[in-house]
Design a protein. Structure first.
Length: 289
């Protein structure tokens, strides 16, 4: 070995180390194959825990960012949706004293009605309904269907009608949703009218008429104030009796009425009056049954 230089000595040491490592590995494998099962399991656990300590799991992010999306509701979209939602709840009302078979030339347009119940009851201005008149509505194909008067009481602002239909002449009408709240001053409103086709006007509630209702007797009386009429910023010249007044949610808050005072053509019947007359009719019908 004294004849070996420095580099040769290093290579010799590496060779001896390599051979020793291989021999050690072979001996270890042989001993493991001959070792009892308990010893093998212990060694495996030691190896597994050593790996777990070396390889640490990646922790989850401490902070989670939540993205919130703000949806801006445009008033124009609300108006368009309200019109689309309620256009299918309107009918045009015609009056004639002759048979409907005489054709449309013998009929006179008087106003608009609104479907207000699941059983297709139609509410309209009581000023449109008079004794001795026959009332009809026209379908999209021009066919005429008669209207039956369910309730038209003198002094009430609301009359109730229903279309006379059969299997051949069925009418698919959706009911309007009645608002559970009275109109409010400054509230945005939408009016649908038109004699031959729908026309629309928008505005606000400019004034409210109220009246006091006294309930109870003697010392147990109570007084409450209710809305009796709605005045709007809409032009009265373009309004047709019975035309619905809607809020931006698409709910009915009233309809155009003539009232007992014919000089006030710009007033609307509040939804509370519609609900009261409809409830009175339904209760009377239930009692008869």
């Amino acid at each position: 070995m004294e004849h070996l230089n420095k580099h040769q000595l290093i290579l010799l040491a590496l060779l001896v180390s390599f051979i020793t490592s291989m021999a050690t590995g072979i001996v270890t494998v042989s001993l493991m194959d001959q070792a009892p099962q308990g010893v093998t399991q212990t060694i495996n656990r030691v190896v597994e825990r050593t790996i777990e300590n070396v390889v640490q799991p990646t922790p989850a992010p401490a902070n989670t960012t939540t993205v919130k999306e703000t949806v801006v509701v445009n008033e124009d979209d609300q108006v368009v949706n309200t019109i689309a939602k309620n256009s299918g709840s309107l009918i045009r009302i015609y009056r004639t004293n002759t048979d409907p078979g005489a054709g449309p030339d013998s009929m006179v347009f008087v106003g608009i009605g609104i479907v207000v119940s699941d059983d297709k009851i139609i509410a309209t201005d009581s000023g449109l309904i008079s004794e001795g008149g026959s009332y009809f509505t026209s379908l999209a194909d021009g066919k005429l269907l008669g209207l039956k008067i369910l309730r038209a009481v003198s002094g009430e602002q609301v009359a109730l009608l229903k279309i006379n239909t059969d299997v051949k002449n069925s009418v698919n009408l959706a009911k309007v949703n009645l608002s559970q709240n009275d109109a409010k001053l400054g509230q945005s409103i939408i009016y649908i009218g038109g004699q031959n086709k729908n026309s629309v006007a928008t505005g606000i509630v400019s004034s409210l008429g109220t009246k006091d209702i006294i309930t109870g007797t003697g010392s147990s009386t109570a007084t409450s104030t209710v809305v009796s009429s709605i005045e709007t910023s809409l032009s009265s010249g373009s309004l047709i009796s019975g035309g619905p007044l809607l809020n931006l949610s698409g709910d009915l808050i009233g309809f155009k009425g003539t009232f007992l005072d014919s000089a006030r053509t710009d007033l609307f019947v509040p939804v509370s009056s519609i609900q009261a007359v409809l409830s009175a009719y339904q209760n009377a019908s239930t009692t008869k049954q």
